[in-house]
Design a protein around this ligand. Structure first.
Ligand SMILES: [Zn+2]
Length: 361
């Protein structure tokens, strides 16, 4: 059985999201979640998934959403982030089926102060549900990890009661991802908070599962956003097994938790493998794919410098036109190509290749 025997191509919602994650967990692979900021980056991610025959997760951060709508827009009430996330969702929905891959369309970290952004997306989900019988997005993340555990769980459960009936998956975070991303700076956070305890994960599971089975937990195991010098980050993905074992004892069900790996950029292959073995079904990659997108454009601009100084005139002659060098479809495309390569690498690291169709034995 391949993924397409279980779920359709295009944006997945409702139980199809869980079916995909269950399949991934049972077959010991995980799906990378790539942050996109434009139709160009979104298309490159879809292209990589199509080429490598795998499902994919496309996500927008609050800042990435605002960028998608345009940096020239005011965002004091999260209006640009709301509009941009919705625009990204409609774009991905429109083209995903053409790429023939199942897509989980997700929104990334939303802290308490950003809840107006979440509320705007949820309103769009509810409106879309009225006319289409499914939500606009597959999944959202609420990150209330900086609040007390009780408040974190309570607010999440309140939202879950609205998300579950329209078929939206919820990802939550407990424990803190260190480092800095998208303007959220956790570089000075207390070390103990970087490693979530099994009891806390269980408390989340117990409260959420009364409402819906459609949720995942980003438990911290020393994760850090961004890429730093080797040695600065002490990842302990083996700790995730403790969460699974603790829940297993309570439920007498194997590996009951859907876990999420934040700050996947810069991780070793071994760390990734251990995380997947312990029930990680989604790994976020942003920093490495940002760098990959730059690489193609940077190299093009450097290598073709002589063709990019004037509209007419290059090393081949003073009257030679340069349009085929400065057309954005040429140089932006170079960034897309290097991004495609990096997304494929993330898929390969997670075992997410050649998954759409039944595999030859
Ligand atoms: Zn994250």
């Amino acid at each position: 059985m391949g993924v397409l025997d279980i779920v359709p191509a295009g944006v997945l919602t409702g139980d199809n999201v869980r079916k995909l994650f269950e399949y991934a967990k049972a077959n010991q692979f995980a799906i990378p979640a790539i942050n996109v900021t434009s139709s160009s980056t979104a298309n490159a991610v879809l292209e990589a998934a199509r080429d490598i025959k795998a499902p994919i997760i496309i996500q927008v951060s609050q800042g990435g959403s605002a960028y998608f709508a345009g940096k020239g827009l005011p965002n004091d009430k999260q209006q640009a982030s709301i509009a941009g996330a919705i625009a990204a969702a409609h774009h991905v929905r429109t083209v995903a089926k053409e790429y023939g891959v199942p897509v989980v369309l997700h929104s990334d970290h939303c802290a308490k102060k950003l809840l107006p952004w979440f509320d705007g997306m949820l309103k769009a989900d509810e409106e879309y549900f009225k006319s289409h019988g499914e939500p606009l997005f597959s999944s959202h993340m609420l990150d209330l990890s900086e609040e007390s555990k009780e408040e974190n769980i309570q607010i999440c459960v309140e939202y879950l009661k609205r998300l579950a009936p329209i078929g939206v998956w919820l990802e939550m975070e407990i424990g803190i991802t260190g480092g800095e991303e998208d303007g959220v700076d956790n570089t000075g956070v207390d070390n103990a908070k970087l490693y979530t305890q099994p009891e806390d994960v269980w408390d989340v599971y117990e409260a959420f599962s009364k409402v819906t089975p459609n949720f995942s937990i980003a438990a911290a195991f020393g994760n850090v956003h961004g890429v730093y010098k080797p040695g600065n980050v002490k990842l302990h993905p083996e700790l995730l097994n403790k969460h699974q074992l603790y829940a297993e004892q309570k439920l007498s069900k194997q590996k009951p938790l859907f876990l999420v790996f934040h700050g996947g950029s810069g991780s070793t292959k071994e760390e990734i493998k251990t995380a997947v073995e312990n029930g990680v079904v989604k790994m976020n990659v942003d920093t490495d794919t940002q760098f990959a997108y730059l690489a193609g454009i940077r190299d093009f601009i450097q290598n073709k410098s002589g063709y990019l100084q004037t509209q007419v005139g290059n090393p081949e002659g003073a009257d030679k036109p340069n349009k085929k060098y400065y057309d954005p479809r040429v140089w932006v495309r170079e960034g897309e190509k290097t991004l495609v390569v990096r997304v494929k690498e993330a898929c390969t690291d997670l075992g997410n290749t050649n998954r759409l169709f039944p595999r030859a034995i």
